[in-house]
Design a protein around this ligand. Sequence first.
Ligand SMILES: Cc1ncc(COP(=O)(O)O)c(C=O)c1O
Ligand SMILES: C[C@H](O)[C@H](N)C(=O)O
Length: 347
Amino acid sequence: MHFSSDNASGVAPEIMAALARANEGPAWAYGRDAITGRLDALYSDLFERDVRVFPLATGTAANALILASLTPPWGAVFCEQMSHINVDEGGAPEFYSNGAKLIPVSGRHGRIDVAGLEGAFAALPRGDVHHVLPKVLSLTQATESGTVYSLEDVGVLCDRAHKEGLHVHMDGARFANAVAHLNCTPADVTWKAGVDALSFGATKNGAMAAEAAIFFDPSLAEQFEARRMRGGHLFSKMRFLSAQLEAYVTDDLWLRLAAHANGQAQGLVGIVEETAGVDLVHPVESDEIFVRFEDKAAISRLRDSDVSFVPWDPAAGVIRLVASFQTTDEEVRQFRAALHSAVGDQA
Ligand SMILES: Cc1ncc(COP(=O)(O)O)c(C=O)c1O
Ligand SMILES: C[C@H](O)[C@H](N)C(=O)O
């Protein structure tokens, strides 16, 4: 049973088939191919607005290069304290922005709220050349804690950020899981709520390696091609990124895959909730589940039962389980037996 990360999942057959089709014959390189040429129109239809789409291979590249497009080097980027850009990208956002400062904002269950954002704004020294300038709010949707911002929350946070003169970036490494959970349109939870640019993730949800930087205001994208090239992220055989991104949103594949992952996560939730000695750390609203163990020794016993997971906070006895589009009902059943064995006999 493998629940270490949705990054551990494979490639959806529809996307593998699209790669095989894209492999037929030669094609112009560096994005001049026919498939890449279709992406702006395809995603403009999906988001009900003219957008610019830039294929990339990693979510970190999407985040870091978008942020570099939204802030000058002397700018400040407000983000949740445990956000991926703040703790898991090895300094890439700071590097590609040539030094922008990430300002962690305390959140609850991985979500920033407007009170926390107001506090961060108030705490930032202003009005002197010695101080960085507030430039971006970055929200992760779905969050690193497996939760999802409501449409209202996104709108309120974007309004407050725009009032402060900030652009809003959305880290959508698990965007599909959030849209599936909210049962909304992609537009509702992005530009209609005030988001200016989106890291559109596909890798964790069925793609081999495909992400996209999507700009809802094309004027913000003017430098992106140069930044992507200078950053070493311009793929010569871009048709293979674009083929994945095209197949991903065809016939709502992306939402079907995410709905399956979210559904299997709810199956794991049911097992945790029925099991004494463990409890959920955060609400489960996407494909990630965080479980706290009263008896930390049970964590080792669970690992010895061939369950793969990330020991998220060993001192607190917290592990992370992540379902994916490939998680089977049998894996969920096996997990139930493994968990009950690990924590001791269950009445
Ligand atoms: C919330 C979030 N954002 C961004 C990323 C970065 O994606 P990548 O590992 O492809 O750089 C990840 C990675 O899993 C992630 O979990
Ligand atoms: C945390 C790690 O970097 C990866 N983003 C994951 O979610 O598995």
